[in-house]
Design a protein around this ligand. Structure first.
Ligand SMILES: [Zn+2]
Length: 321
């Protein structure tokens, strides 16, 4: 491995070693969280090494956008992918479900610009995918192994990834609300605990932010049916977990990291992070993978990337969405 921070490997010692897709075509419909548009989504099995590919079936020539780091287009309040002017918004909850179930190859057709939000969590996607059945290809899965620490800082927020034998996440967040202050959680991410402990956690938003979000054309499809809404006195709907907010941050992180297209072996430590830092880590890992492959270049430690602090930083409790 030499000086590389990350390397690719086969599934040796990791357990589940073959690429997977789904066994049959499945479909669902619902509104997009931000656009409020009704969308139908059809998921189709696909062959080995195709990855996760979105297809906009409402546009001429049904253009595709691959779930790849180079297609990350916008990370405000949701992760939007884009290529040649074609967008697919809010991909992270579906990607988390695919990561959690270990699905490598899939065609996702959407009849609009955004993935349906369903109930605001990844659980409806998990149920659908399990109904479709999971099929193994006779092709090995590859993993990304972190061999040296990588860290990205942005003011008081940070994300780092450390070498470890398993995929682990430690997430901490200080929410700017009297009922939800400091929350932190730690998971070893397995299929079992993803389905039980992470997938059902819903996106959330603060009532005080709703009008300004609407003015900016965001959260237009948001409601108590698909988000935990937090008013002055606390959550307006029943929580599924006492710490549902931080669990949803973990869900978003798992979805964003899956833009790398392969599972990660490493421990991610996120402090006050969000889509911007999640995807910055994805791009940094991808950059190391490509530069190591291209030139075996020497990367000097410490690998810490500092982003300038925005002039008016948003409070750490701004919506995850
Ligand atoms: Zn989310």
């Amino acid at each position: 491995m030499g000086n590389s921070f990350v390397s690719e490997g086969d599934a040796k010692g990791v357990g589940v070693g073959r690429q997977k897709t789904i066994g049959s075509t499945i479909r669902c419909s619902g509104v997009g969280l931000h656009t409020g548009q009704e969308v139908t989504m059809t998921m189709r099995p696909s062959g080995p090494n195709t990855g996760i590919v979105f297809r906009r079936v409402d546009l001429p020539h049904t253009p595709v956008v691959e779930a790849r780091p180079e297609n990350i287009m916008d990370v405000h309040y949701a992760t939007t992918l884009g290529k040649a002017g074609v967008e697919v918004k809010t991909v992270e909850h579906l990607l988390a479900a695919l990561a959690g179930l270990g699905i490598d190859n899939l065609i996702v057709e959407v009849s609009g610009p955004e993935i349906p939000v369903m109930d605001g969590s990844a659980a409806p996607f998990v149920d659908l995918l399990l109904q479709a059945g999971i099929w193994r290809h006779y092709v090995p899965k590859t993993y990304i192994r972190v061999t040296r620490p990588l860290e990205i800082e942005m003011g008081s927020r940070s994300i780092q990834i450390l070498p470890s034998k398993r995929f682990r996440i430690q997430y901490s967040m200080c929410f700017d609300h009297p009922c939800f202050r400091e929350q932190s959680i730690e998971f070893q991410v397995s299929r079992r605990n993803f389905i039980r402990e992470i997938a059902p956690s819903r996106t959330y938003g603060f009532l005080r932010d709703v009008e300004s979000l609407w003015r900016r054309g965001l959260a237009l499809g948001g409601s108590l049916e698909n988000a935990v809404v937090i008013g002055e006195q606390g959550a307006l709907n029943d929580l599924r977990f006492k710490d549902e907010l931080i669990r949803h941050k973990v869900l978003d992180l798992i979805g964003d990291l899956y833009l790398l297209g392969r599972p990660l072996q490493g421990t991610v430590v996120a402090k006050g992070a969000g889509h911007l830092l999640h995807t910055a880590l994805v791009k940094e890992i991808q950059r190391h993978l490509e530069s190591d492959q291209a030139s075996r270049c020497v990367v000097t430690a410490p690998a810490s990337v500092r982003f300038p602090v925005p002039a008016s930083p948003k409070p750490l409790g701004s919506p995850a969405l």
